[in-house]
Design a protein around this ligand. Structure first.
Ligand code: ADP
Ligand code: ADP
Ligand code: ZN
Length: 213
């Protein structure tokens, strides 16, 4: 099962992708996580991506496409994958289609997770991320058992630089200008499945499972 999770920042893509990955046994591929891991290791890629991420802008297509091409060539993607945060532009979607076709693959479903802007801001300003393993929490909706500490690895929880309100607004503008056109793109290919992302985490997962039956 080859899936894409589409939706604005804060829609709950990463949260659902983690649960789906455990449920269906296919890898969760988040381009944002790949950039943050690279930044932590201090690689050139990480430093380059950070310039854009801190401004709430998209990293250039050629950088992102190369990374995804390599990741999708890994053996664990043979039985399927969940793309979270990629593609984010029409050029990325075209490149994805081509790289999958080269290996006889195609996308099965694009889950379009819909949430209003105000929910995005409420979710992102209270999001907490684990510095060690990248696990995601919310102060109100998914708090860690011990304040400031990751449930799964004990790592320190921090506020991502790009989760400050001004940057969130910039990311929403970027989403509307560059990513939203993908909704029509995939609708016209018959792949789009709308999901109400405003419901609880369990309810959202239940509606995704129904779609993927
Ligand atoms: P995305 O990957 O789309 O940016 P995340 O999965 O990181 O979104 O979720 C953004 C924030 O909202 C996190 O703090 C997460 O814990 C919280 N969250 C995710 N889904 C829900 C939900 N259905 N209801 C309430 N909060 C949620
Ligand atoms: P969120 O789901 O909260 O928007 P991500 O972790 O997916 O956050 O992305 C964080 C940042 O990483 C984006 O704002 C952007 O700068 C960069 N990024 C991630 N994926 C892509 C992509 N496919 N194309 C361009 N930039 C990306
Ligand atoms: Zn952790």
């Amino acid at each position: 099962m080859n899936l894409i999770l589409l939706g604005p920042p804060g829609a709950g893509k990463g949260t659902q992708a983690e649960r789906m990955s455990a449920l269906y046994g296919i890898p969760h591929i988040s381009t944002g996580d790949i950039f943050r891991e690279n930044l932590k290791k201090g690689t050139e890629l990480g430093l380059k991506a950070k310039e854009y991420m801190d401004r709430g802008e998209l990293v250039p297509d050629e950088v992102v496409i190369g990374i995804v091409r390599e990741r999708l060539a890994e053996p664990d993607c043979e039985t399927g994958f969940i793309l979270d945060g990629f593609p984010r532009t029409v050029a990325q979607a075209d490149a994805l289609k081509e790289m999958l076709a080269e290996t006889g693959r195609a996308i099965d479903h694009v889950l379009n997770v819909q949430v209003p802007d105000e929910v995005v801001v409420e979710r992102l300003t209270a999001r907490r991320t684990c510095r060690s393993c990248g696990a995601v929490y919310h102060l109100k909706f998914n708090p860690p058992r011990v304040e400031g500490k990751c449930d799964s690895c004990g790592g320190e929880l921090y506020v991502r630089d790009d989760d400050r309100e001004e940057t969130v607004r910039a990311r929403l503008r970027e989403y509307r200008a560059k990513t939203q056109p993908l909704i029509e793109y995939y609708r016209s290919e018959g792949l789009l499945r709308d999901v109400d992302g405003g419901a609880s985490m369990d309810e959202v997962l239940a509606s995704i499972r129904k779609i993927l039956l």
